[in-house]
Design a protein around this ligand. Sequence first.
Ligand code: DMJ
Length: 685
Amino acid sequence: MYPPSRKDFISLTLSDAHSHSYNNGKHRRQSCWRKWKQLSRLQRSLILLLLALILIFGLLSYPSIPPEWKAFSDRDEWLELNDREVKDDLPDVLSVLDLPAAKVPPPAAGPHVGPAVGPDPAVVEPKGPNIPIFPKPPIKSFPNKRGPPGMRKDGNISDTVVEKKQVQEVVKEEEGGEEDKEKKIVSWRGAVIQADQATEPPPSANGKEAAAPPAPADSADPLPLDVSGRTEARLEAVRDAFRHAWKGYKDYAWGHDELKPISRTFGEWFGLGLTIIDSLDTMWILGLREEFAEARDWVEKELSFDKNVDVNLFETTIRVLGGLLSTYNLTGDQLFLDKAKDIGARLMPAFKTPSKIPFSDVNIGKGTAHPPRWTSDSTLAEVTSIQLEFRELSRLTQDPQYQEVVNEVMKLVHKLPGKHDGLVPMFINTNSGQFTHKGVFTLGARADSYYEYLLKQWIQGGKTEDDLLEDYLQAVEGVKKHLVRQTGSGRLTFVGELSHTRFNPKMDHLVCFLPGTLALGAHNGLPGDHMDLAVQLMETCHQMYKQMETGLSPEIAHFNLQASDGQDIFVKPADRHNLLRPETVESLFYMYRFTKDTKYRDWGWDILESFNNHTKVPGGGYTSINNVRDIENPAPRDKMESFFLGETLKYFYLLFSDDMELLNLDKYVFNTEAHAFPIWPSPPK
Ligand code: DMJ
C-alpha cells in the first residue's frame, strides 16, 4: 500500500476530525439529556419558563433594533432598485419644472417619503425587482407582523424595505429638526395696513346709491366690438345656465339656503338664504338686471341675521360676508355694506378663545361660539381663510377690530412649529393654539385655502406683508418637494398627500384651485417655475374631466405611478360624485387671463356642456351627481350647492369674456368663494 498522499492525508484527517467531533457531540447530547432527566419537575419547569420569556423578549425587542442590524441580503438590492426607479423619473420632472439640482423633488418611494398607502387599484404589489414597491399598510400598525420577511404572515419583503426608509426618514427629520425650525421661525412684522390705505374708498364705492347692474350689451364697460360670435354665444350659454339654475331656486327654494332640484324643494344649512347672497355679484357681473333686482329686494326686506342659529364661521364668512362685501364694492349700494357689518359683528364671538384661534361655530343670535361637539380643534383652512373678508370689512368700516383678530391668527400660525417645509397639518387646537393630528399633509380638504390665502392676502395688502409671502414661497417649495409626482404612463403631474411620511397618490378635485393660484403668484412676480407647475397641473385637472364618461371630474382621483397598464387615473366607487365644484373652471380662468391660450376656454366650454348634459334638471336647477362614470345613470344627488351660482358659473363667464377689465386681476383679488375685493394701493416708497 502506498503511503497516503498529502491530499489523502488531509481528507482522512478531516474525516477523522469530523467523526470525532460528531461522536463527541453525540456523547455530550446524551449526557445533557441524562442531566435534564435528573432535574426535578419544578426545576425543569422553571428553566422552560425562563427560556420562553427570553424568546418572547427577543421577539418584542426586534423592532427597536437599528435597521442596519437587521440587514437582509435582498433588502439593499430592493433599496437600490427603488432609488434607480426614482432617478429614472427625475429628469422629466426637472425639465418640466426647470428646477436646479438642489431642489429636485424627492423620489416617489425614496428616502424622503414612504410608499403609497394601499390597497389601491393604482398601486400594484411588487412582482419582481423592476417594479417599484408600493406595499400594504405600514407594518407599524400591525406590530405582530414585525420581524424578518420569512417570519411574517405575508412574508412581503417590500414591507421591510419600506420600514427601513421610514426609520431613516424619521431619524433624518429628528436630526435636522431643531436647526431647520430655527431657520423657519422668523419674527412676525405684522400686517402693514397704512392709515391712508384704509381711508381709500373702494374703486366703485363712491356713490351711495346702487348703480344699475351692467347689461351684457350696454354696460358702462361694454364688451369690445370685435367680440367673436362664438365668444358671445358662450357668454350667453353661461347666462342661460344661470337663469335655469335661478328658476329652479326661485320656484322651489326661494329664501332658503339651497335648492333640491329633483324633489323640487329646498335644503337648509344656516337658514340665511345662502344661494341668494352667494349669487348677488354673479348676477351683477353677468348683467342679469331683473334677477339682481329681485335678490336685492329680498336682502333688503327679508334677510335678518338676528336668528338663534349656529353657523359655521368659515362658510358664513366666505359666502355671506364675502358675497355682501363684493356686491357692495361692485355696486356701491350701502345696503350690502350695512348687512356685511351686521354679520361681521355677529361672527366676532368666535375669536374669544384661550388661544385666539377661532371656534368653528357661532350662534349669531346669542353671540356665543363653540367648537364642534366632538373636539376642541378647528380646521386649519377654515381659520386661515377668513382673512381677506375681515380685513376688507375693516378697510370699509374703518374699524380695525376685524382685521386685528384675523391677523392675529396668521401671526400665530406663522410662528407655529410643526410645519413640514411650509406644509401645514389639517387641525389646530383652540385651547393650546398648537397643530394637532400632525403628520398628514394635503393640498385638499381642510388645508387647501390656507395656501391660497397666503398669496391672496399678500396681494390684497399691496404686497407689503413679507411673512405671508415667505410662508407662501416656502409652502410651494414644500409642495414640490413632498407632494408633486407624475404618473408612470401619461406623465400627468399631480399633487398627492403625505400621511406620516407615506406618499398617497390621491388628489381631491379641490386641489384644482392650485394651478390658478400658482399662475396668479407668477403673474405677481413670483418664480417662473410656479407657472410651469401651474401649466402641468392644469392639464391634469382637465384630464380629470376628460377621462370620465360624463366629462365631469370625480370628487377624488387616484393616480397611477406605474407605467405598466397605461391608465393614469383611477376613481374609487365612493369618490365618483361631482358636486358642481368650481376649482377647475376657476383655474382655467386664471390660466386664460395670463396666457391667452384659447385651449383653456375650449376646455372650459367642454365642462359647461357636460354640466348641461348630465346635471341640468328639467324644470329648473342643476344637481350634483353620484357617478361621473355612468353616462346612462349619473345618479342625481338632488342638491344644487350655492357655490355653483356663486363660483362655477361666474368663473365660466369670466373665462369666456374678452373684457379684461371685467374684474381686472391687477385690481381685484377673489376670495375662495369667487367674491372680488379691491387690491389695496401700495404705500408710497
Ligand atoms: C367653496 O365653498 C369654496 O371654494 C371653498 O374654498 C371650497 N369648497 C367650495 C367649492 O368647492
